[in-house]
Design a protein around this ligand. Structure first.
Ligand SMILES: [Zn+2]
Length: 477
């Protein structure tokens, strides 16, 4: 690639700053939370359908070929036919939730940032990629590979979009980039197992209610048990740890454990309320021994976050140590405890072996295991030629010598062949100076994307795409 071409590319990107901000705001203002729907026309609800229509229209206006795979996935490409190189971004967003200072779906540009739900995850990178395709068209850069931008609509809610795409045998690009993480490059994503463990024996009538956690991928910050009122409970209440509060009602005592929430992919530093609750009940002996026995296994599972009690503690040098979090606790129809455990396992581990170990541990503790999900890891060795080429361009552009990394979170990369996570976030960015702590991040209130950082990411992406398009690129085979 010639220096003159790079100068033209960078100038084009700078010149389209205002227009890009405008398109990004238009896209954010469509509330595209992925929802289950019975309407075959809109598989993930009206919001996602509208966002997909809008993004495809934007691409068509810019001279790109648009394709709609029945509302599950869209595609914008340089030319018709199968794609060699893919960029996979998602249009769906997580619900806005509370504590916003700005408006989640009336996005604005403020002090260098665009603020609104999806600004960073993932509509900012998506618009940036769309503009990269437009740039290649407008500057008439000869592309021997067909480059396509894929637009998913269910990334945040189970990736049923890609499951559908795969199941229908639609064409996959040979190499894919997923702009849904931080630079430099994520080449390994841990596997994810979810199991539901149910006690084989019911609680006694002393247990009136039991619950903790709302979502399987969140460390619960609250858990409750209701125990039938009995005067013998009263002297034990003073000795409860400070994380446990209680309310005495007419015929029950309601105990609540207060923990610290976190993501199950990074549970270190959080405090699991289910673990705190079980431990306190056991220690204070607030239930008959047969009930305490049933809580014991649940308590042990949450004693650490490494799956020790399930006999699955392991690690590898690529993706680190396995984590396991008992995140949702319920009382089922048989009055038995039911705990869902979210497990992130290293890329080199065998999920069959892990599942067998969990089964054994359950049987020993008189629990039954049901496998809810096993999403296999994503792994592209760091020595793969196309990864080396991307890393060379990254280093040349930034001067940064960082190596490819692994993560416990999941992106589209795990459902695509030869796919790596690549940007478009820059590492260790300070949060927007005008926002309080806990605001501005992906999934957080006042989600924001810094426009200068996004334009810089586009310049890097342009260099990488040119490199992968070069006749001598390893991406050719
Ligand atoms: Zn995302």
């Amino acid at each position: 690639m010639s220096d003159a071409l790079l100068v033209r590319i960078d100038a084009w990107i700078d010149a389209h700053r205002e227009e890009l901000i405008g398109d990004l705001i238009r896209l954010i203002n469509v509330r595209s939370v992925s929802e289950s729907s019975n309407d075959p026309e809109n598989p993930f609800g009206q919001g996602c359908a509208d966002a997909l229509t809008l993004a495809l229209e934007m691409g068509q206006e810019k001279g790109l070929y648009a394709e709609d795979y029945l509302g599950y996935v869209g595609r914008l490409s340089l030319s018709e036919g199968s794609a060699d190189l893919g960029i996979w971004a998602h249009l769906d967003v997580v619900p806005e939730a509370d504590h916003w200072i700005y408006e989640p779906y009336d996005a604005i540009y403020h002090e260098g940032y665009v603020i609104g739900r999806g600004a960073a995850d993932n509509k900012g990178p998506l618009i940036a990629a769309l503009y990269l395709l437009w740039l290649i068209k407008e500057l008439e850069i000869p592309f021997r590979k067909n480059l396509a931008l894929y637009l998913g609509t269910n990334e945040e809610a189970g990736m049923a979009d890609l499951i559908f795409y795969n199941a229908n045998g639609y064409q996959m690009p040979r190499i894919s980039l997923v702009p849904d993480c931080a630079f430099p490059l994520c080449h390994a994503e841990k596997g994810i197992i979810e199991v539901k463990l149910s006690a084989m024996h019911a609680f006694s009538p002393s247990v009136l209610g039991l619950q903790g956690g709302l979502a399987t991928n969140v460390v619960p910050d609250s858990a409750q048990i209701a125990i039938a009122y009995d005067e013998s409970l009263l002297p034990k209440l003073d000795a409860l740890p400070q994380e446990i509060s209680y309310e005495i009602e007419e015929d029950a005592v309601l105990f609540t454990a207060h923990g610290i929430t976190g993501h199950t992919a990074f549970p270190q530093g959080s405090q699991n309320a289910i673990g705190l609750l079980c431990e306190a009940i056991l220690k204070a002996e607030l239930l008959p021994p047969s009930d305490l026995d049933l809580l014991y296994f649940i308590s042990r599972i949450n004693e650490d976050v490494y799956g020790t009690a399930l006999h699955i503690d392991c690690s590898d040098e690529i993706s680190g140590r396995l984590t396991a979090v008992g995140s949702v606790l319920r009382l089922n129809g048989e009055h038995c405890a039911e705990l869902t455990v979210n497990i992130r396992y290293p890329v080199k581990a065998s999920s069959e072996k892990l599942i067998a170990s969990i089964n054994t541990a359950c049987a020993q503790n008189r629990f039954r295991m049901e496998l809810l999900k096993d999403s296999h890891p994503a792994f592209v060795p760091a020595t793969t030629p196309f990864v080396l080429e991307i890393m060379e361009e990254y280093k040349a552009f930034t001067g940064d010598d960082s190596k490819p990394y692994s993560m416990a979170g999941g992106t589209y990369a795990r459902r695509l062949p030869n796919a790596v996570g690549f940007g478009m976030g820059w590492q260790n960015l300070p949060q927007p100076p005008f926002l309080p702590a806990g605001h501005g991040g992906a999934h957080a209130p006042d989600e924001a994307v810094e426009i200068d950082g996004l334009l810089r990411a586009m310049k890097l992406y342009a260099r990488v795409l040119l490199r992968l398009n070069a006749p001598d690129s390893a991406a050719k085979e």
